[in-house]
Write a protein that binds this ligand. Structure first.
Ligand code: NAD
Length: 298
């Protein structure tokens, strides 16, 4: 099976290496960033143009920033799809608007190309060690055929429904993560302001009903004032903007998402777009005039 992968950024680069490590040696790759292509070629892939990928691959995969990138790479003028043969397959692993996934799938179906949307959760560390969680949309038979390929990059590969269901699940994930971070920031700010050490609050409640993976990862960062990104504010704005767009299209009001997205916009406007999303705490610190876990601001 000849595989093409377009988009070798923070996620795509280690994912390409894991495909190679699993023994799929016929891998063609492309990216606007030449250095990234060279890095994956050094691991055993072949650098190629998008046209070469479209003409020769049985399955084309993308790991690009957002819907407009995927649409332009696949369906734009001289897009990859214009070179693909009927019977070939497209797997988009980018986190994009599920409405866009369905539009792309419709265009491809008219050319006899089948598609899965397969966004991931887990971030760079899990991309590197091949333990991402895949949320997949598309036909069951196509999912069954390509699950082993996705398993070279992930330890969990779950089909969530028809095309777009993967990205709908990813949006649900991103709502829950953002709102959890906001609740945590609000709660730790209250504790600090009321004179209770937020470290002890975290220690006391992390094993109870309020405890969560988000709390375990983000409370220590808030308390230490560490905003080095795992997941950047600007990427979360992209995902929540897709939530709002999708929600308005399907008629599902999302007031919590709208609220937390405006806090992220505030952080972006302050020049904080590259900070970790746990920097939502800095919005609360600014409102209350404190620093969580540290000295009070006069
Ligand atoms: P990134 O910006 O590091 O990588 C994107 C890559 O796409 C870049 O190398 C860029 O040069 C390339 N690219 C852009 N346009 C292109 C084009 N026209 N042709 C060829 N290459 C092109 O982004 P990332 O962090 O790897 O994220 C990719 C996707 O995965 C996003 O949708 C993101 O939301 C999602 N995601 C990221 C994380 C994370 O922690 N970084 C976690 C889960 C999901």
């Amino acid at each position: 099976m000849k595989i093409g992968l377009i988009g070798l950024g923070i996620m795509g680069c280690p994912m390409a290496k894991n495909i190679l490590k699993a023994g799929y040696r016929d891998l063609l790759v492309s990216d606007l960033n030449r250095a990234k292509v060279d890095e994956v070629v050094a691991a055993g892939a072949v650098g190629a143009s998008n046209e070469e990928i479209g003409r020769s691959c049985d399955v084309v995969m993308t790991m690009l920033p957002n819907s407009p990138h995927v649409k332009s790479v696949m369906l734009g003028e001289n897009g990859v799809a214009s070179y693909m043969r009927p019977g070939t397959v497209f797997i988009d692993m980018s986190s994009i608007n599920p409405v866009a996934s369905r539009e792309i799938a419709e265009h491809l179906a008219a050319k006899g190309i089948r598609m899965l949307d397969a966004p991931v959760s887990g971030g760079e560390p899990k991309a590197v060690d091949g333990t991402l969680s895949f949320m997949v949309g598309g036909d069951q038979d196509l999912f069954d055929e390509y699950k082993p390929l996705l398993e070279t990059m992930g330890s969990s590969v779950v089909r969530c429904g028809g095309i777009g269901a993967g990205n709908t699940t990813k949006l649900a994930n991103q709502i829950i993560v953002a709102c959890n971070i906001q609740a945590l920031a609000e709660a730790l700010t209250l504790a600090q302001k009321a004179g209770v050490d937020p470290r002890l609050v975290f220690e006391a409640i992390k094993g109870g009903l309020a405890g969560s993976t988000v709390m375990n990862a983000k409370a220590p960062m808030m308390i230490d004032g560490n905003d080095k990104p795992g997941f950047m504010i600007d990427l979360h704005i992209k995902d929540l903007s897709n939530v709002l767009d999708c929600a308005h299209t399907v008629g599902a009001p999302v007031p919590m998402t709208a609220g937390v997205n405006e806090i992220l916009q505030w952080l972006h406007a302050q020049g904080g777009g590259k900070k970790d999303h746990s920097a939502i705490a800095q919005y609360y610190e600014s409102l209350a005039g404190i620093r969580i876990g540290r000295e009070d601001i006069e």
